[in-house]
Design a protein around this ligand. Structure first.
Ligand SMILES: [Zn+2]
Length: 291
């Protein structure tokens, strides 16, 4: 008899939950599990629960940033420049945003866009853009918004064409300049055109910088100097008009963008498109450095 009463109660509970009018214990437990998964970064997909997608995303991103800032959970792969998790807490489905040739005309605007979206990035600067107090001030503001400042050489020269003393000058003098402006030396280095020498690789290491190129970027190819076409290419990872018919978008992708008008115009849509595909943006603070 007790069993029959119990069975009826369970059936009533099931009927009520199926109507969606009540929150059962089962649902609450499921919610807790999900939250734990998101905190530990094992859950890759967004699963908004009684909230709109935007705020659910925001919450997850905040949790991730908080978890990440404590200690590095990613490294940059030497060969591919991809972002590789080194901690089981780290979300695998991430991309790194980088902006090169900074601060020319649009870097500050791009930083403000990313700040509004709560997306972090590395801004790779050139010394020849830091020749006026206005641009030095722009760099200072980008730094104060919480973005990582990387070294992209003093004059954007092709390093393999230079004698070693000039290669050194290109890199070390910019670290000095950046330190004068923001009070910190860059922890990341990217050579112009991705062209390093054995000497610059060693020098980056001696200067305590992590060296990286990128995995894809299209804003410097003529067919993609257009916000809409660039957005499509960055979000799909494909750029058929420059012979990239297969997607290069994958977990750990290192995305190259520049201080350019069409890239600044596309930035928010690129972010939204990546987010809609379930990607999170890596906080460079969560990447292992040499110091
Ligand atoms: Zn460049």
């Amino acid at each position: 008899m007790k069993n029959i009463v119990w069975l009826i109660m369970v059936m009533i509970a099931l009927l009520m939950s199926a109507c969606g009018d009540v929150t059962t214990d089962v649902e609450e437990e499921a919610g807790q599990d999900k939250e734990q998964e998101q905190t530990t970064g094992k859950e890759e997909k967004e699963q908004p629960h009684e909230e709109n997608e935007e705020s659910a995303y925001q919450e997850t991103q905040d949790e991730q940033n908080q978890a990440d800032s404590a200690e590095p959970v990613y490294r940059i792969d030497d060969e591919t420049s991809s972002v590789i998790p080194i901690d089981e807490k780290a979300t695998e489905k991430v991309v790194l945003l980088t902006v090169d040739d900074v601060p020319d005309k649009y870097a500050l605007e791009m930083a403000r866009t990313l700040e509004k979206l709560d997306a972090k990035a590395i801004f790779f600067v050139n010394g020849h853009f830091l020749d006026t107090s206005e641009r030095q001030d722009a760099l200072q503001q980008i730094h104060e918004m919480g973005f990582e400042i990387g070294n992209h050489t003093n004059s954007h020269s092709y390093l393999p064409d230079l004698p070693e003393d000039e290669q050194k000058e290109e890199i070390v003098s910019l670290n000095d300049t950046v330190e004068d402006i923001i009070g910190e030396r860059p922890q990341f280095f990217r050579a112009p055109n991705g062209a390093n020498t054995d000497f610059t690789r060693q020098l980056a290491e001696d200067e305590d910088m992590v060296l990286m190129n990128w995995t894809y970027g299209y804003d410097y190819f003529e067919p993609y100097m257009d916000a809409e076409k660039l957005t499509e290419a960055m979000v799909t990872g494909k750029a058929p008009e420059v012979d990239v018919p297969h997607s290069l978008l994958k977990p750990g992708a290192n995305l190259l963008m520049h201080d350019r008008e069409w890239t600044a115009a596309a930035l928010e849509d690129i972010f939204s498109g990546l987010r809609d595909k379930g990607y999170k943006i890596v906080d460079p603070d969560a990447i292992q450095t040499r110091e």
